[in-house]
Design a protein around this ligand. Structure first.
Ligand code: NAD
Length: 485
């Protein structure tokens, strides 16, 4: 299959490719080189209107199709992503700056898995009935909502895009979706594949553009009845403010500032190896990264010495080079933000133990946006550095004396997405897991994902849960029928 990407990509509306109505485009930049390498539609309300009309027209047929029919086409898309993994992985890396081996090993296979997971899941999706003995029987229907909006971020572009559009489609909805304007390419390739796979026109519409002109028009549109959003807490607040008075269903997966709690009785080697990953994988740009490392005082110095030595080994460089463990930061804007956070940490009295600087790799990446993995100590729990999400290759170290203190430090955060706990003591692990205010807890592991489990956060990390039945339920409206016998 020819999956070449044109210099100007197009919107995918009603099963066909179309230019934005205003004929305006945004530059797309490769963060590893700093060069403009393509353009994407700067879509606005008229494009959303066309997409909504197409989705409304497609809805009756799609929502009434059988689970087997929907399974077939969604599963075919999974196969086509797999068959074209090289083209997808390269597009993801050129757009996002992440190492090519990571796109190939994680992002793209996982996007394909999302299709397969929900395609098969929909075949087993059942609703409940409640008997009132001889008096009556209740049964609950789950109906697709109609036209729904899905908006996703740049950090795991295709993986998070598919994590929401596939359950929406599987449940029988028609979708108007917007990938991040910073990383649009794999969503464009997905639209090419959807056409080839025979997804009926209008069922999925992919519109490119930015937050203010395009994303917020999706949120505001009266015919889009539910919004599934992953992104920053700031944008999540704006979306909630618009959607709430319109009584739209919303699912918000937002920021994190996750504690990684290390007790002195843990499996040391496994903890060290995993902590390097949970701190810096994808340049620290995963909402689940453990950016606040809390260490028992008995092993604080040992941890610090060994952690610095291991992180020094992480080669930062050209994402196309197989030796690069760390690639580029996603954009100049985000690079500047992360660098300003490092400067703020120093103003707040933090001591930089490792890193703290930008990097200019030799060769084609000389103008790219690279930052050294950075380790900081000496800051209190409630300073801005430890309270605000940085979303880059920056972690802080804090020590604690008791379990209670560890818990207090962990919960000193307005966020509550994920936490990692390292201990061999099962009672302590269980107690900490139940008392840390986070929606996702990993004990003696990190990022071990079972797609059936609920995914989402407490506090400023969001509203609702994705994953498994939770996602299919979100994209349906329940109707209870009570029959007196
Ligand atoms: P962002 O909020 O800037 O943008 C996310 C998406 O929303 C983009 O497509 C953007 O164009 C759009 N958008 C922006 N403002 C909007 C608005 N007012 N209305 C509608 N759409 C709008 O986030 P980002 O910088 O792309 O991603 C990084 C953030 O995402 C981090 O905060 C990270 O923690 C979070 N994130 C959360 C999860 C999770 O599952 N909880 C996963 C990944 C990333």
């Amino acid at each position: 299959m020819n999956l070449e990407i044109p210099y100007q990509i197009l919107n995918y509306i009603d099963g066909a490719f179309s230019v934005p109505q205003n004929n305006q485009y945004l530059d797309n930049i490769n963060p590893a080189t700093g060069e403009v390498y393509g353009q994407i539609p700067n879509s606005t309300l008229p494009d959303i209107e066309r997409a909504v009309s197409a989705a409304k027209a497609a809805f009756p047929n799609w929502s009434e199709s059988t689970p087997e029919q929907r399974f077939r086409v969604l599963n075919r898309i999974a196969e086509l992503i797999e068959e074209n993994i090289d083209a997808f992985a390269l597009a993801e890396t050129n757009d996002n700056g992440k190492p090519l081996w990571l796109s190939k090993r994680v992002d793209i296979p996982r996007a394909s898995e999302n299709f397969r997971f929900f395609a098969t899941g929909l075949m087993h999706f059942a609703s409940e009935s409640h008997s009132m003995g001889e008096k009556a029987i209740n049964y609950t229907l789950r109906k697709p909502i109609g036209v729904v909006g899905c908006i996703s971020p740049w950090n795991l572009p295709l993986y998070l895009f598919t994590w929401k559009i596939v359950p929406a489609l599987a449940a029988g909805n028609c979708v108007v979706a917007k990938p991040s304007e910073v990383t649009p390419m794999t969503a464009y390739l997905l639209s090419v594949i959807c056409q080839k796979a025979g997804l009926p026109a209008g069922v999925l519409n992919i519109i490119h553009g930015n937050g203010p002109n395009c994303g917020s028009e999706i949120v505001k549109h009266p015919d889009i009845k539910a919004i599934s959003f992953t992104g920053s807490t700031r944008a999540g607040k704006d979306i909630a403010a618009i959607a709430a008075p319109m009584f739209k269903k919303i699912s918000l997966e937002l920021g994190g500032k996750n504690p990684n709690i290390i007790f002195d009785d843990c499996n040391w080697e496994k903890m060290m190896r995993t902590t390097v990953q949970s701190s810096f994988a994808n340049q620290g740009q995963i909402c689940l990264c453990g950016s606040r490392i809390l260490i028992h005082e008995a092993v604080y110095e040992k941890f610090k010495t060994e952690f610095i030595a291991r992180v020094k080994e992480l080669t930062v460089g050209d994402p196309l080079d197989t030796n690069s463990k760390q690639g580029a930061i996603v954009s100049k804007l985000h690079f500047d933000k992360v660098m300003s956070c490092i400067a703020l940490a120093q103003q707040e009295g933090g001591k930089i133990l490792l890193g703290g600087n930008s990097i200019k790799p030799e060769g084609r990446c000389i103008n790219g946006y690279f930052i050294e993995p950075t380790i900081i100590e000496g800051l209190g729990a409630d300073c801005r550095t430890n309270m605000e999400e940085i979303f880059g290759p920056v972690v802080t170290l804090q020590s604690f004396k008791t379990d209670e203190e560890a818990l207090q430090l962990a919960n000193t955060s307005d966020y509550g997405l994920a936490a990692t706990i390292w201990t061999q003591d099962i009672s302590r692990a269980q107690k900490m897991a139940s008392m840390v205010h986070s929606g996702i807890i990993w004990v003696n592991c990190w990022l071990l994902r079972d797609l059936r489990t609920p995914f989402g956060g407490f506090k400023n990390s969001g509203v609702g849960r994705e994953g498994g039945w939770e996602a299919l339920k979100f994209f349906t409206e329940q109707k209870n029928v009570c029959i007196e016998l």
